[in-house]
Design a protein around this ligand. Structure first.
Ligand code: CP
Ligand code: NVA
Length: 304
């Protein structure tokens, strides 16, 4: 490849129309699979999957998704590759991208995926950093669309930590044109630059009930993300009162949905009754990781 590849390091890397196109294509790919239609746009293509953090959904969805599309996925843990022994990212990127058709990275710093992308000759996908988790948002938006139709003008509420998922929800609010109410305890707000970029569609509250009121979608995530384990006790204290329970859910609109990217901690950020309750769509949301990412990979590789 001679031109610069299209990467997916944040949701804002793609035009809003392309984000829409990908989630709609994901729904088609899901149906095609259910109908037994074989679709192999990745035949003889390889995806390198670099993991510096743990994963269940991301690894299984990308690996299984590549197989379903006729390709192959390589699981590369930093413990077992030279990346973990200090080989520069720029060197690793040039080598890995010379042998694979697409790369997925889960790591700590956003700068790491940016640097990898700078030196990669093939598309690079951010599969979670400390700052963003854009693949999860494609799956969440696909799920919202499947259940309730177009999200334009609707209201979602984010309750909990102003973390990587929260930042990607802010970007999703821009790309899919919905309002987002955020409730975080003091000291755990999302990055103010990311909030400011989204303009007045974002409102930040301290009260979960206020944020949730009149929303069409309620979302939360763990209070302690990967890499923050030492802060767990302090976070348990700070987030008291931010658990999504049936009473809080009842503040949302009658037909509101509940989402969580998983893994979930029952009776910390969400009660078991909400997670397993009738408004929760978390299992479809998890499955949709596979379909949304297949649509994303199909799009990125089609440009190459
Ligand atoms: N939601 C999500 O990314 O899950 P994993 O950490 O299991 O990949
Ligand atoms: N915020 C969580 C998301 C896990 C999928 C974390 O970064 O650990």
């Amino acid at each position: 490849m001679t031109s610069t590849p299209q990467h997916f390091l944040t949701l804002l890397d793609l035009e809003p129309e392309v984000c829409q196109q990908i989630i709609r294509r994901a729904i088609e790919l899901k149906k095609m699979h259910r109908d037994g239609i074989t679709h192999t746009p990745m035949l003889h293509k390889s995806l390198a999957m670099i993991f510096e953090k743990s994963s269940t959904r991301t690894r299984v969805s990308f690996e299984s998704g590549m197989t379903r599309m006729g390709g192959h996925a390589l699981f590369l843990s930093t413990n077992d590759t030279q990346l973990g022994r200090g080989e520069p990212i720029s060197d690793s990127a040039r080598v890995i991208s010379s042998m694979c058709d697409i790369v997925m990275i889960r790591t700590f710093a956003q700068k790491t995926v940016e640097e990898f992308a700078e030196y990669s000759s093939v598309p690079v996908i951010n599969a979670l950093t400390d700052v963003y988790h854009p693949c999860q948002l494609l799956a969440d938006m696909q799920t919202w669309l499947e259940y309730r139709g177009d999200m334009q003008g609707k209201t979602a509420s984010w309750v909990g930590d102003g973390n990587n998922m929260c930042h990607s929800y802010i970007n999703a609010a821009i790309q899919f044109d919905f309002n987002l109410n955020i409730a975080c305890p003091e000291g755990y707000d999302p990055n103010p630059d990311i909030v400011a970029h989204a303009g007045d569609r974002i409102k930040v509250y301290r009260s979960p009930a206020q944020a949730i009121s009149k929303s069409d979608l309620v979302v939360t995530d763990v209070w302690t993300s990967m890499g923050q384990e030492e802060e767990q006790q302090a976070r348990l204290k700070a987030f008291k009162g931010y658990c999504i329970n049936d009473e809080l859910m009842s503040q949302a609109n009658e037909d509101a949905l509940f989402m969580h990217c998983l893994p979930a901690h029952r009776d910390e950020e969400v009660t078991a009754s909400v997670l397993e309750g009738p408004k929760s769509v978390v299992w479809d949301e998890a499955e949709n990781r596979l379909h949304a990412q297949n649509a994303l990979m199909e799009y990125l590789v089609s440009l190459a």
